[in-house]
Write a protein that binds this ligand. Structure first.
Ligand code: CP
Length: 325
């Protein structure tokens, strides 16, 4: 267990070592147990988290805000459009000034080519930890909750288990690529054999792919890329199927939608779930395009763990905040 995480930023999934992630999970389970038993756990009394949103959210806002209150502190919801950022407040000003007001700065900024840079510049200027509530490259707190859920469902020894991270069709909007990127970076460290499935236009960032391959090599796990959802799902223990935009191919929304619409058969349905092991689980960070990205029969069915996964956002994030702030 690592005890020296106070003051640390958490922007990319690999910012925490494997041992530090294990520490986060240990604390998360302790906090989950305490909440279930109604035991007070006010580790952040009098501390305040700034939550800056440049993009909409249901779970991330709710879980960070509830989590800070349960830890005895407070979370200030700051919607970027209500700030003076558009009138000139720079990353340096936000980092330096908010670092003097708050005990942590959490940011969601998913704009392509902008969000991750923004978080890092704020972090450089801030004296307090910067926590990534999702940028265009990473969604690390979602990934911690996903890992926690997988261990709860499949046990601590994940070696030899097959996790499919698959693209799925959505019609609502071009979703960020941060969730699959975080998954392929973090999961090999915990022994999972990852199979990434997507149509050719939906590639992930080459530098993230290189890092994922490096993690798989280091931890001696499988890492395979295929362009066939059915083939990927064969024998799977975990099917994590969600949409993301063809952002490495085009950032034009209309062109992206035209590309995306070619692949409407990439839906997580009962037939694909049946290709997995008998106890296969279905995961999705939500929100999902119901009956387009995933059928209701799967989303609400016996293999789905999406509500436990969403709950674990709360416990994992409380652990990160308690350890870093
Ligand atoms: N999974 C997730 O990040 O949900 P929100 O976009 O609702 O925060």
């Amino acid at each position: 267990m690592q005890t020296g995480m106070r003051g640390r930023d958490f922007i990319g999934d690999l910012d925490f070592s494997k041992e530090e992630v294990e520490t986060v999970l240990d604390v998360a389970w302790d906090l989950k147990r305490k909440r279930a038993l109604g035991e007070p756990h006010a580790y952040l009394r009098d501390k305040v988290l700034a939550m800056m949103f440049f993009f909409s959210s249901t779970r991330t806002r709710g879980s960070f805000e509830a989590g800070m209150a349960q830890l005895g502190g407070h979370a200030a919801f700051i919607e970027s459009r209500t700030t003076q950022i558009s009138h000139g407040d720079t990353e340096r000003e936000i980092g330096d000034i908010f670092g003097r007001y708050f005990d942590g700065i959490a940011i969601r900024h998913v704009t392509w080519g902008v969000g991750n840079r923004y978080l890092n510049l704020v972090a450089e200027a801030s004296r307090v930890p910067v926590l990534n509530m999702q940028c265009e490259i990473y969604h690390p707190h979602q990934c911690l909750a996903d890992l926690m859920t997988i261990i709860e469902k499949k046990g601590r020894d994940l070696r030899g288990k097959k996790m499919v991270v698959s693209w799925a069709y959505a019609s609502s909007y071009l979703k960020p690529i941060s969730v699959p990127q975080s998954l392929i970076l973090q999961m090999p460290r915990f022994g999972l054999d990852v199979v990434l499935a997507h149509p050719p236009e939906f590639q992930l960032m080459p530098e993230i792919m290189d890092q994922a391959r490096e993690q798989a090599r280091k931890y001696k796990t499988g890492f395979e890329v295929v362009d066939d959802m059915e083939a990927a799902c064969q024998g799977a223990d975990i099917i994590y199927a969600k949409s993301w935009g063809p952002l490495l191919t085009t950032q034009d929304a209309a062109e992206g939608k035209r590309i995306q619409d070619k692949y409407q058969h990439w839906i997580a349905d009962e037939a694909k779930m049946a290709l997995g092991k008998e106890d296969v689980i279905y995961m999705h960070p939500l929100p999902a395009d119901r009956d387009i990205e995933v059928t209701s029969a799967v989303l609400d069915g016996p293999h789905s763990v999406v509500f436990d996964e969403a709950e674990n956002r709360l416990h994992a994030q409380k652990a990160v905040m308690a350890l870093t702030m």
